[in-house]
Design a protein around this ligand. Sequence first.
Ligand SMILES: Nc1ncnc2c1ncn2[C@@H]1O[C@H](COP(=O)(O)OP(=O)(O)O)[C@@H](O)[C@H]1O
Ligand SMILES: [Mg+2]
Length: 381
Amino acid sequence: MSLQDFQRRMGMPLAKSTSPDDFSAIRKETDTAGADVVDHTADLKAHPPSMGLKVEAYRKAIAHGSPLMRTTPVGLDGKTAKIVYKIHSANDLPVGKSVLVKPYHEKLHPKTKYWQNHPINGWAEMTNQSLYHAAGMGDSHQEVHVSEHDMGPGFDKHPAVIVHMDPRADYVEHLHPMDFEPKMGVEAAKIGVMDFLSNNLDRHRHNLMVRTDGATDSSGMPYSSSLLAIDHGRSFQYHASHKGVPSHVDDFFLGPMTIPEDMRTTKNAEGKTTDNLLPYLQSDAMQSVSEAAQGSGAPAVHDASHFLRVIEQWWPDVRDRVISTFGDRLNSIKEPRMKQHLLENFQARVEKLDDIAARAEWYKSSARIHDLDVPLKVWDR
Ligand SMILES: Nc1ncnc2c1ncn2[C@@H]1O[C@H](COP(=O)(O)OP(=O)(O)O)[C@@H](O)[C@H]1O
Ligand SMILES: [Mg+2]
């Protein structure tokens, strides 16, 4: 058996990361309209400065043909085209770590058209990362950057999203009440609020991870459990409201109640005009956190007393930075109507958070679910 056969049988074919063929899966999933909507060049530098060395090392490996070990993404959940590389000792990246390469201008799938209509996924992932850092919660976001690759004729400087996978991360559904700490409840509420801001409808149990192994952080400090938000390419669509609204909820003060059908449905591109904060705090992933929280005696993420306090204490301090960061990010959107669509919807959500923070006492004492509504300004391309 040749070495290659052996490696293939083991599910780990070796490949040079610089071979254009390597990127055929990414190339195939490219939406050519993407480049008309988004200019990716600013994203080559949009990662946080703390990632500088990793990004440099990745680019060096790609440019100079250092071998990365290409692995079959066995057991990786998700539907997007992706390649996983394990880092080989022949370059400067931390050996044994993996990077995930995903399309930057990802094709839209007809099946998800009712909530995904705009080819902006690379921009969305990078915008999300920038906003987390602006909001003082950068540690809760995965490390991601954008690099150009030679992916063959016509795709010779083609952008892709590079996710630096965190080896300590496990799915949040495995979070045990013993590993739950109150600060995770705060992180979870902030992540839910960011999902609301960015209309992230994709926060299912496999898009929120948890780091629990008591390892040390980059400065050598032992760290405790923390959440890690991943996979934000499908956010900032502002095309549908959250789909995770249950048919029954406990209203803040009214107690258990039925949610009207018109608020639950997401097939709303025609006609539906609101989204709501609460479902983002009740997404699949948030329910995993809430189960662990409640198991340890802490409040659920969607408990009004919990998330209203988080918003009140955190949002006023970070909102100016979040807004100006979003403004900078909009410079990469080339299509004027798309820019306006993003701005209008983002502003509506900022206003809602401002109001909640300013009138937290009122929300705590008299708010109803519909007071957490925001207008959804749908634009059908
Ligand atoms: N930053 C990360 N750290 C650790 N594992 C990750 C990270 N990003 C992705 N993964 C793993 O890869 C899987 C697929 O990645 P994801 O970005 O969610 O792609 P998809 O769009 O296909 O869902 C995740 O469910 C998770 O298991
Ligand atoms: Mg995913």
